[in-house]
Each structure stands twice: as structure tokens, then as C-alpha cells.
Design a protein around this ligand. Sequence first.
Ligand code: SF4
Length: 172
Amino acid sequence: MIDGFILGLIVLLMAWAAIRVRGRKPESWLPRELRRASLFAVEQAFVRTGSPPLVARPDRVYRRRDGCLVPVDLKVRAHLCVHDTDVAQLSLDAFVLQAATGRPVANHGYVVLWHPRQPRHRVVWVPLWSEDATRALIARYEGLRSGRSPPIPTAERAKCRGCGFRDVCPGG
Ligand code: SF4
């Protein structure tokens, strides 16, 4: 009898929790531009064939009503600020997205920053790099990977941890 009561209570609590989760606005952080857009992809791999072949896996891609795709990067970090590397990553995502889908891609994206312990977040609109600048980044990476161009040591030593070029870098 008591077992049945507890079981019933658990079922009720689970149903109540499910209703609460479903009742929450799932994407309350969405910027105004994307509120009427549809979700086009979530962590989906897009491949640009050609030289060099590239793969991008943007966290989210939204399709606006005019058909334009907008990449979104989700980050969890204590300091809710955007780094240059975030913009570089989004620019690469946009470059590959355009090549892989043949669809128009916005020249901006969003970085959504979530605090790991506090209920705080920040949505930042960022202008993406031009195609030329993105191609230059890819060429630079190719040069580093092939050993044709040497790494340029950075003053920010923390960045060297986990860097794939540490073995060949004079500053690593
Ligand atoms: S090891 Fe450090 S200085 Fe060298 S390329 Fe990597 S991040 Fe830059």
C-alpha cells in the first residue's frame, strides 16, 4: 500500500517536472533577429570539398525567413566576453557552411556566453571576417601544418598549453 503510494507520488512528481520543463520557453535567449527563424542545424558536420577540404560543426545554425543562414556559437565561460578566436571560428563555420550548402550566409553571427555556475548569459552579435580574411586564415593554417611557415610566438603563454604546434614552435 505504502509502496504503491510512493510509486504514485514519484509518477506525479515526474509528470509535474516534465510539464515544467515543457512549459519553459526553450529559446528565451534567442536574439530578436532569430526569434522567427527556424533551426537549420545543431552540431551538424558540414564539409567543404576542394583544396583544402574543410569540416565545420557549428553549434547552431538558424535559417531566417529570407533564407539566409546565421551561425551561432555557444560557450560556457566565467567571463562573459568574446575572444578573437570565437569570431575566427564563427567565420570559418560561415565559410564552410556557404560552400557546403550553396545557401546565402549572413556576414554576422552570434556568440552566446553562459556562466558555468550562475544563471547569467550574454548574447553577442559579432561581424564575421570577410571571405578574403578567412581564406588567409586557412592558408596560414595550411602553412603551419605543412611546416612551410613557422609559428609566431605569442606573449600569452597560457595559449601554448595544448597547442598542436608546440613541438616546432620557438616560443612553445
Ligand atoms: S606553442 Fe604557443 S607561441 Fe607557439 S604557436 Fe602555439 S600558441 Fe603560439
